[in-house]
Design a protein around this ligand. Sequence first.
Ligand code: HEM
Length: 346
Amino acid sequence: MDDPVAKRLVDSIIADFPDHDPGKRPIHTVGIGVKGTFEASEVARTYCIAEHFQIKRVQGKRVPIPVTVRFSNGSGSPKRHDGWNDVRGMAVRFHLAGDRATDLIAMTLGEFFVRGVDEFLDFTKSARQTPVKRESALRKIGDLLSLMRPLPNPPPGQNQSGDAGTLDYANKHRFAQLAVFQAGMIGAPVSYVRAVYHAVHTFFIVGPDGVRRPVRFSWKPVAGVQTTKDTSKNPDNEYLQEELRRRLKEWPARMMLMMTIGEAGDALDDPTVPWPARRVRVVMGTLTLKKVAEDQVRDGEKLSFNPWRLVPGIEPSADPTLKARRDAYEDSRKRRGVTQCPFLPE
Ligand code: HEM
């Protein structure tokens, strides 16, 4: 039976994007599928027994794990606005033996906006689009005179935005502030592979010695982070996919999988709270992105990632937001008419 909470969550996202296309994802709508491989680091298997963290060799040669990655813009609009201020997504599917798979979904914010279903519904309500206000020249001078940085103009063509409502929400709810203010200043990356992506929630990993550790995963670009300086002046709405095609024709792009290990007292079930900076971090492996997928329907549009597509060795935390995502992504997949493959483990 369809889950009513999942339906409400997806409906609430759809309501934020008046030009939502029912055949497409309601959020992170514009994206591009890429093919590559993942190789676990030598230490990865000492922390986690999951299949993709093991080192497989055939006749002495390492066999990397094939992956499909979908990079996306965060917006639920089906129109491409690559130069706009927006969170970006990176969903990775590790293809394992016997047609099984595991997913790791990440985005360019380190923390999430809310702690659970009710807050998510309130937050999305606050994020309804309203007309964008541009500051007048007089107001900008006033801001400068009072030593305030004037608000940047929205990019050409952006007339509606949910920013005013989410700022208002963040002003009233401390837990949302980190994510909302960071999202407001995040800009646009020069490339999908020049940004850091975070899986945000806490997961538990199990080691070969049976030790369970709370962890958070992030992807770091080997080419380094680079964001466009001023997105308000960047009228280029279509450069990220072309940049990736050009880049991968010349050379593969690499991303490192970083794993931060939590300690006693760290927030395990609350994705709005960052962990202290001085935590042990382990490089779990390297992703090598080789080419843009030839079949963008099969390896992009018709994929359905789910943060609960996990394998033995990685377990979800009790984070209520993470819990809600399982059925919300399923609800969205069904609405898009996508067949679930590979199946989600029970
Ligand atoms: C309760 C909280 C959340 C809800 C209800 C939600 C809902 C959704 C839905 C419905 C989709 C479209 C799924 C599809 O049609 O295949 C989606 C996509 C996505 N979400 Fe979330 N989401 C939540 C939290 C998060 C968080 C915390 C992250 C960051 C790790 C995230 C990152 C993404 C990304 C990157 C995609 C695009 C995946 C792809 O390329 O297929 N979401 N989300």
